[in-house]
Design a protein around this ligand. Structure first.
Ligand code: ADP
Length: 473
């Protein structure tokens, strides 16, 4: 753990395993409430000097962290593949994405402009300034184990906040590597603190109830996010919540068929389906249904599952055996209720897969509303294809979810694209595009997919408080 500028070890440790091989790859300090309190106190003490340091100084520290992360990209990607499982190429992309937040917010740190507002009174002046909220508590997931950290730490530090972060228990080694970088980049003692643990609940409780914490930022499941938001409510702590999704991927009959099938297969199986923006329902207009299913399946059967360190592998393992179980359960339920299986449909066994958590990339068509997969987030490598007839029907079906994170639309008709963009109740919409994410663009969900936005100008605003001065002159 990294507390008040020093690396701290506890006697109790927990094991980190490679999800592709089941091998132990490290032992990590198992922190408890007492370490969380030490870290919060350190962040609280550091806040007075960090929040009043010049934005230029804070920007320089973040820029150095960016340079170090880029320098270490191959090492970080290798670690990520071993700890989290994604193929090496995807891990390299993630490290770049993670570093982008450091650079973007190092630039934005210098642009926290205030405002003057004309008053109706000639003898009054209004001045608005934006100031850092205070100590931030952050909880991050395992699926994007480096970028989900920088997406919170970089804007918090840029704004002048200090932070205590608890990473997911499956991927603490990536978090340690990020904090090594922050340390070497010259982040002052207490400004950024890391508490690793195998038991998130007591630390989460401390984050929600400690009066010194002014803001909780969380990325993870909707169920845990709701609980944390409730626990933080009595003190009216600010919260940002980046939660689950159930993305629709809509292919109209005027879409470029190859582009659509390629896009759907790439984004569906990205990170083995373990992404909150992963398409969970692929709606295809009936006139092109058969040809889409055929082209899509041809691409999927070529995908090789295995250890992400093997360059020919594009599908890594799932995070644990419970994830395999959940995926199996959704697929069995769908098949029982009339879905058609085109490929996959089973956990992978045999020598290469024996010690890992692998599920074959799977294509189902004829998926309908009564199936679990139609409503529940899958977080696995299963594409669920659903036919539709008319524009109005598909918009209604797509919006019929309590989630609202990402959606995708494929069409070559401009007015249909604009109308769908406006009508879909999702925070992030890809139009003929599967990668509508960037450090410069606001990421976040509507409805039960979350609160607030990360990245972009909005991402910095999440760590700032608005202060109005009314001056009688
Ligand atoms: P997932 O299902 O994707 O693992 P979780 O919401 O369970 O999502 O986990 C995301 C993060 O939330 C992880 O860092 C995990 O340790 C943490 N977490 C899980 N449950 C709690 C809890 N009750 N209190 C605080 N943090 C939690």
């Amino acid at each position: 753990m990294y507390i008040n500028g020093e690396w701290v070890k506890t006697q109790r440790e927990f094991r980190v395993t490679n999800p592709a091989t089941g091998e132990a790859i490290g032992m990590v300090s198992d922190g408890d409430k007492s370490q969380a309190i030490l870290a919060i106190n350190a962040a609280h003490t550091a806040f007075s000097s960090w929040s009043t340091a010049s934005a230029y100084m804070r920007a320089e520290v973040l820029q150095r962290a960016y340079d170090l992360m880029i320098e270490r990209k191959p090492m970080l990607a290798d670690l990520m593949t071993r700890e989290q499982g994604k193929p090496l190429k995807a891990a390299l992309n993630e490290v770049q994405y993670a570093a982008d937040f450091l650079r973007w917010f190092s630039e934005e740190a210098k642009r926290v402009y205030g405002e003057t507002i004309p008053s109706a009174r000639a003898d009054q002046r209004f001045i608005v300034r934006y100031q850092p909220l205070g100590v931030v508590a952050a909880i991050t997931p395992w699926n994007y184990p480096i970028s989900m950290i920088t997406r919170k730490v970089a804007p918090a530090l840029a704004a002048g906040c200090t932070i205590v972060l608890k990473p997911a228990e499956a991927t603490p080694l990536c978090a340690i590597a990020v904090f090594n970088i922050l340390h070497e980049a010259g982040v002052p003692a207490g400004v950024a603190n890391l508490v690793t643990t195998s038991e998130p609940v007591p630390i989460g409780d401390e984050f929600c109830t400690n009066i010194k914490i002014k803001k909780l930022t969380f990325t993870g499941s909707t169920a845990v996010g709701k609980k944390l938001a409730q626990d933080a409510a009595p003190q009216l702590k600010r919260v940002s919540m980046e939660l689950g999704g159930h993305a629709p991927f809509i292919v109209f009959d005027d879409a470029d068929p190859l582009h659509a099938a390629k896009g759907a297969s790439l984004v569906k199986f990205l990170n083995t389906g373990q992404a909150c923006i992963s398409p969970n329902r692929i709606f295809v207009q009936r006139a092109i249904l058969d040809s889409f299913v055929q082209t899509f399946t041809e691409r999927v059967v070529k995908m090789k599952a295995g250890n992400g360190l093997d360059p020919s592998v594009s599908i890594g393992p799932l995070v644990n055996s419970a994830a395999v179980e959940k995926v199996s359960c959704q697929v069995e339920d769908a098949l029982k209720k009339g879905a058609i299986l085109h490929s996959g449909g089973k956990a992978l066994s045999g020598d290469a897969y024996a010690s890992g958590n692998f599920y074959a990339p799977t294509v189902l068509s004829n998926v309908s509303e009564d199936m679990l997969i139609y409503r529940e987030e899958t977080f696995g490598p299963v594409a669920a294809i659903i036919p539709f007839d008319a524009y109005d029907d598909v918009i209604e079906m797509a919006n019929n979810t309590h989630y609202g994170l990402a959606a995708y639309v494929y069409t070559q008709n401009l007015s249909r694209a604009v109308r769908a963009f406006e009508a879909l109740n999702f925070g992030i919409i890809g139009i003929n595009d599967i990668n509508p994410t960037s450090a410069a663009a606001p990421f976040g969900g509507m409805n039960e997919s979350g609160l607030g936005r990360e990245g972009a100008r909005e991402g910095l605003g999440e760590y700032l408080e608005t202060k109005l001065g009314g001056f009688s002159v």
